[in-house]
Design a protein around this ligand. Structure first.
Ligand SMILES: Cc1cc2nc3c(=O)[nH]c(=O)nc-3n(C[C@H](O)[C@H](O)[C@H](O)COP(=O)(O)OP(=O)(O)OC[C@H]3O[C@@H](n4cnc5c(N)ncnc54)[C@H](O)[C@@H]3O)c2cc1C
Length: 126
């Protein structure tokens, strides 16, 4: 089966890794020059917002064989309003890099993809 993936973002890369596990080597087209070719930013994955999957990192590893290493874990969350403050403690989630950073999730997934990624390649449905 021939499969083309338009875009080497998180979805495209995760799709490529999954297809490879089933013996399919997709052609991946990415319009940018490299993976995560944008500003570096930090994102958060908060368990309290992601039910029923409270630990997506463990979920992807155990269920899909896709391995992501977050940069830090979130142990304490402070929420402020004009007059009140709330504090939550526990294993609340993770912080991860995105974009032009060696440890960015795009780069981590890219290292798990075996198929060739064609950069500077704008794919169309045709
Ligand atoms: C400012 C900002 C902050 C965010 N913060 C968070 C957060 O804190 N936590 C969180 O979980 N999520 C966050 N998100 C959302 C998260 O970034 C997206 O859900 C995720 O990146 C989506 O992945 P994707 O692979 O679907 O798309 P993308 O990451 O956008 O990847 C799409 C890829 O396809 C390429 N492409 C597009 N069109 C073509 C084409 N025609 N041909 C070839 N290549 C093409 C693009 O260059 C890109 O590399 C944030 C998003 C933004 C913009």
């Amino acid at each position: 089966m021939k499969v083309a993936i338009m875009g080497a973002g998180l979805s495209g890369l995760a799709c490529a890794i999954t297809l490879e596990k089933h013996g399919i080597s997709p052609a991946v087209f990415e319009v940018r020059e490299r993976l995560g070719d944008r500003f570096v930013n930090a994102e958060s994955m908060l368990s309290i917002l992601q039910k029923p999957i409270t630990d997506p990192v463990a979920f992807f590893a155990e269920k899909n064989g896709i391995y992501l290493k977050p940069t830090a874990s979130i142990q304490r969350l402070l929420v402020f309003s004009q007059s009140q403050k709330a504090e939550i403690e526990g294993s609340l989630g993770f912080i991860n890099y995105r974009g032009r950073h060696e440890h960015a999730f795009e780069r981590q997934l890219g290292r798990q993809v075996k198929s060739a990624i064609q950069y500077r390649s704008k794919a169309t449905y045709e």
